[in-house]
Design a protein around this ligand. Structure first.
Ligand SMILES: Nc1ncnc2c1ncn2[C@@H]1O[C@H](COP(=O)(O)OP(=O)(O)OP(=O)(O)O)[C@@H](O)[C@H]1O
Length: 281
């Protein structure tokens, strides 16, 4: 049972825009934007004023249609892109007192290696396809300062076993693996340095339904066993329903609703969320 008491991650007023904005769009007057962009100057507001907490041991779901800004939130948190404005604090990093968006690039690299793990929809962003699976994990361990070959080998075997990659295949390159196996290796790699927070961006999109179910089961199992906090992004409310304790719903770069997943499913308040929930039935 998750206790919604200790946030491991606090995100405040995250904003990402492409373009300078103009007098017409800058204060977001009702009706001045077309979805997420300004028809006068063309500025795209990918994320506007996004705030949320992630608690210890919870899975937070982020759901919304294509272009709503879900991946932008994940990319900003993992420093794959720079925020325009905003703050984020991680309780295990500098006791939660430092805005990670303002950290030096060296410290941001440390956070990527030690504090956060990320699993991408497309495994080519998370894996070196021409390294072996074991080599992919070693790469992450080396980035965190590990140099002992035996320790790295044992850790890689343990992780790959955890995600059900057969021992006899761990020296193979992930390019030879099926989509589901590649995602499992990505998950193992992201867990290499025991990060307290895992970011999963559309990790089952594009997989066959049975493979998808298998990966979702694995995510749930890992979360239970390691009591890790996760943010799971998906356009598919069925995925979010299966995994997440709480959910935030995004539309046009904004959070339009957030709460316990059960509550959102049973009694959605926002018209867009109502549509999403109806599409499940
Ligand atoms: N480099 C960029 N330049 C301009 N606009 C961009 C850029 N990257 C993303 N966007 C825009 O930002 C908005 C949010 O994109 P984002 O990828 O976060 O959405 P999403 O909800 O994750 O959707 P999807 O699942 O389709 O990626 C979209 O309107 C997108 O076109």
């Amino acid at each position: 049972m998750v206790e919604f008491e200790n946030p491991v991650l606090r995100v405040r007023s995250l904003k990402k825009q492409y373009g300078e904005g103009c007098d017409y769009c800058r204060d977001f007057k009702e009706g001045h934007l077309k979805k997420n962009y300004c028809p006068e100057c063309g500025t795209i507001y990918a994320c506007r004023d996004i705030s949320f907490d992630v608690y210890e041991g919870e899975i937070l779901g982020v759901v919304g249609e294509s272009g709503s800004g879900k991946s932008t939130v994940m990319n900003c948190l993992y420093f794959d892109m720079e925020v325009t404005e905003g703050e984020a604090y991680i309780s295990t990093y500098k006791e939660g007192n430092s805005n990670i968006f303002k950290e030096s690039s060296q410290n941001q690299r440390f956070i990527r290696n030690r504090v956060l793990g990320k699993v991408y929809q497309n495994p080519i962003y998370g894996l070196k396809m021409d390294f072996s699976s074991i080599g992919n994990i070693a790469e992450k361990l080396i980035a965190a300062g590990q140099r002992n070959v035996k320790i790295m080998e044992n850790r890689a075997k343990e992780l790959l076993n955890h995600v059900n990659i057969p021992l006899f295949r761990i020296k193979e390159e992930p390019r030879n693996f099926s989509g589901g196996m590649q995602q499992r290796v990505q998950i193992a790699k992201a867990l290499s340095n025991n990060p307290p927070i895992l970011l999963l961006d559309e990790v089952t999109t594009g997989l066959d339904l049975s493979v998808q179910a298998n990966v979702l089961d694995l995510i749930k199992k890992i979360q239970r066993e390691l009591n890790i906090s996760m943010i799971v992004v998906s356009h598919d409310l069925a995925v979010i329903r299966m995994l997440s304790d709480r959910t935030i719903v995004m539309l046009d770069g904004r959070v339009v609703e957030q709460g316990l997943t059960d509550q959102i499913l049973e009694d959605p308040q926002n018209p867009y969320t109502q549509q999403l929930v109806q599409s499940l039935i």
